[in-house]
Design a protein around this ligand. Structure first.
Ligand code: BTN
Length: 330
């Protein structure tokens, strides 16, 4: 078990309380079932309460859940994942620096394809282009997925688009909100960002060794910090209601599995075609292109089979972007 990850016995404690949610579970029963002392159970109950979990009772009377907690622990995520390879192995943290850092370390030590690292809070969440990712405690989904694709490094951009499609599908089917994808892989609701994806990898010359898909979703944030308000939002702000992060994460892992298989079975074109059908940014969108070469106005003109975005600049030049960012110009 990676250092700092949630003790499996805490996960068992939560599972036991959820399974017996209608009754008061005596402290000694919990202690003997999970293999710790009664005072440890009491300490852990206090810790879970401090994290916002509503649990009635105390060590003399026993404990009862007031409502099913929305914590991304393996015992709550695992149900319904069935044969899903993605999520067979789940590592949970109440707090870590960055789930991508953890996933990269686990991958280097041989973690299996499909291993998922999730955290309730990140103290050093990382975004693209060296930015930080705002990772408020228990409000968002901060997840990193280890993939071992039998593909060449040239497939990396399509893997990133594949992840965007999976998030788009999970979020729109769960919330009913209209979720757009801005190339390469920002998820937008009403023009503001609700999710970002940071893909990191280790590749050999002819083979992708490990890909870590880092996915950050703003779910139940009541408001975004002042400096992000204009450009970022949360599902709660847009829908005026809170969402189960457990439910959304399960939907996400299932969609990732579905789109990953689509990519392996039908190839890149199946992903780029689907992406062009889903994203309003795929073609005919006036955008500001920000690339290492500078800033320019352009109109989008579809995807290359490699996942690069074709753009037509105002002076008539055409280019296929492999890196950089685009922003809509109204
Ligand atoms: C972006 O800049 O849009 C990408 C943001 C990616 C954030 C996620 S949160 C989970 C994972 N861990 C990180 O440190 N970053 C990614």
């Amino acid at each position: 078990m990676p250092a700092g990850s949630t003790d499996r016995r805490i996960d068992k404690l939560i599972h036991l309380l959820v399974k017996n949610a209608t009754v008061v579970v005596p402290g000694p029963k919990i202690a003997s079932e999970i293999g710790v002392t009664r005072s440890t159970v009491w300490e852990w109950i206090k810790k879970l309460r401090s994290l916002g979990m509503e649990i009635k009772g105390h060590h003399a009377s026993g404990y009862q859940l007031v409502k099913i907690p929305d914590v991304l622990v393996p015992s709550l995520l695992r149900s319904e994942l069935g044969e899903n390879e993605i999520g067979q192995s789940l590592v949970h943290f109440f707090r870590t620096d960055s789930t991508n850092n953890v996933a990269l370390r686990l991958a280097a030590r041989g973690a299996a394809h499909g291993t998922v690292v999730v955290a309730e809070e990140q103290t050093a969440g990382r975004g693209r282009l060296g930015r930080t990712w705002y990772s408020e405690k228990s409000s968002g989904i901060y997840a990193s997925i280890i993939l071992r694709p039998p593909l060449s490094p040239s497939a990396a951009p399509v893997l990133t688009l594949m992840a965007g499609l999976a998030v788009q599908s999970a979020l729109s089917s769960t919330t009913g909100l209209a979720v757009d994808i801005r190339w390469p892989n920002d998820l937008l609701v009403n023009g503001k960002k609700v999710c970002g994806i940071l893909t990191e990898m280790h590749a050999e010359l002819d083979r992708l060794h490990t890909v870590v898909l880092g996915i950050g979703i703003n779910v139940n944030h009541l408001q975004m910090p002042r400096e992000l308000k204009e450009i970022a939002t949360s599902l709660r702000i847009e829908a005026q209601k809170t969402w189960s992060r457990v439910h959304l994460t399960k939907a996400l892992l299932k969609e990732l599995e579905r789109y990953y298989r689509l990519l392996l079975v039908q190839g890149s074109a199946a992903i780029t075609r689907r992406w062009e059908a889903v994203s309003s940014f795929a073609s005919g969108k006036r955008v500001r292109v920000i690339s290492p070469a500078g800033e320019c106005l352009a109109t989008t003109a579809g995807l290359e089979p490699t996942g690069a975005l074709r753009v037509r600049y105002e002076d008539g030049r055409e280019e296929s972007l492999v890196a950089g960012e685009i922003f809509e110009v109204k």
